[in-house]
Design a protein around this ligand. Structure first.
Ligand code: NAI
Length: 390
């Protein structure tokens, strides 16, 4: 169980780019990072509007002189200080991730970047090489993948409790973009423009969460072929999609079905995962994140609760609240930030042995998401054709 005791040598001095008053995801980062004392938020370029960014930074306790006008000034200012930051989180629109990540790494700073990591696998590979050369960590924040019941599912699959995996059924949908974009805010505008969002809208925005979480549960299974059908129900969003279906063939013969949509009017179900094996199935949804449905063929269904002693050690070790007390998204973010802090701490100590076995969502996790997106777009652009996964 995680109880907040420090698990790294010293707290990391931390900065954020984006994620300020007008950003949707910034507070999730702070919820994750500031929980266990592993990070101290000492600097930031929190907003495109530098004045608002400074005002916001001061309001959350950052010294005014360390609230910078942009990321370039942040890197220059912080690398000139003896007590400059160790790590920078990037919580800005997709098109800025590559340039800011590269600049931070070149300046010797670790990075925690939002998904989808970059636009292309080639960019991911280039940045992975740069991080490797510099001995720096790049973490990626896939929100729910630190949840104890996600790791319970992985442990049960690994133990063979489901038998051979046959069906993977993934859904992340909502209806927030069911109407048109007239008068839409900035967060919708940049998400629906290929120049700022990249080659996808909902596939990258929410589909990458499904794909990465399923990889945590099924690390032994690789997608061999896929078919992606995407559509913009609101025509001004084309060529990007507000709805997509992806069929996947895995290398063990399993079949996958993934549905992402932001036009599922009225739906608040968000994420749902079902893994079906030859003996039993698991189903988990963020509507009830502290419950895992375990159904063995021929037996009454069971609901497993987080934090209970009947769970696997892999799940109990990362539980924070204990049974009976709901554990959710904020707790999951705390685990993700903790794992990345441990990776940074090990990198700073040159402890390569630790890094070899330590689980955290790193650049490979970000790259796999981008690779999956590239394949989805290739299939969709070929008229929803089956393609070999490249
Ligand atoms: P948003 O549009 O709500 O906020 C973006 C913020 O970044 C704004 O405050 C803007 O002023 C600031 N900004 C833009 N460019 C900047 C720059 N060059 N320097 C400093 N600040 C800058 O966007 P949102 O929803 O917060 O998304 C940001 C990123 O987080 C995206 O990549 C998105 O895909 C990802 N995201 C991830 C989630 C997760 O669960 N991991 C959830 C929501 C978003």
């Amino acid at each position: 169980m995680i109880n907040g005791e420090r698990l790294i040598s010293r707290p990391l001095r931390w900065a954020m780019v984006g994620g300020g008053r007008t950003g949707q995801v910034g507070y999730k980062h702070r919820t994750g990072a500031l929980r266990d004392g592993g990070y101290q938020l000492v600097a930031g370029a929190f907003d495109l509007d530098a004045e608002m960014g400074r005002d916001f930074g001061v309001n959350i306790g950052v010294a005014a002189e360390r609230c910078y006008q942009d990321y370039k000034a942040l890197i220059a200012g912080e690398t000139a200080r003896e007590d400059g930051v160790d790590v920078v989180s990037i919580a800005t629109p997709n098109f800025t991730h590559y340039e800011i990540t590269k600049a931070c790494l070149q300046a010797g700073l670790h990075v925690i970047c939002e998904k989808p990591l970059f636009f292309t696998v080639a960019e991911c590979d280039e940045v992975a090489r740069l991080a490797e050369q510099k001995g720096l960590i790049v973490g990626v924040t896939y929100g729910y993948t630190g949840h104890p019941l996600v790791h319970q599912m992985a442990a049960m699959v690994k133990k063979g409790m489901l038998g051979d995996i046959r069906i993977v059924d993934l859904q992340y949908t909502h209806g927030f973009n069911a109407g048109d974009d007239v008068g839409a805010g900035e967060a919708v505008k940049w998400r629906t423009n290929p120049r700022t969002a990249g080659p996808t809208f909902v596939l990258g925005d929410i589909g990458t969460h499904l794909y990465y979480l399923s990889q945590i549960v099924l690390p032994h299974m690789k997608v061999e072929r896929l078919l992606c059908d995407r559509k913009a129900f609101i025509p001004t969003r084309a060529p990007l999609e507000d709805h997509a279906t992806v069929l996947m063939h895995y290398d063990n013969g399993a079949r996958g079905r993934l549905w992402v949509s932001s036009v599922n009017a009225g739906n608040m179900g968000s994420q749902r995962y079902r893994f079906v094996g030859s003996k039993a199935s698991l189903e988990w949804s963020d509507s009830h994140p502290d419950q895992l449905i375990y159904e063995v063929q021929g037996e009454p269904g069971r609901i497993l609760h987080h934090g209970m002693p009947y769970l696997e050690q892999e799940s109990l070790a990362i539980d924070r609240m204990g049974a009976l007390h709901t554990e959710g998204l904020g707790d999951s973010w705390s685990n993700i930030y903790l794992w990345i802090a441990q990776a940074i701490d090990a990198a700073n100590r040159g402890d390569r042995a630790f890094l070899k076995t330590h689980h955290y969502p790193g650049i490979a996790a970000g790259t796999e998401g981008v690779r999956w997106l590239e394949n989805c777009v290739r299939s969709a652009d070929a008229g929803a054709a089956w393609i070999d996964f490249a």
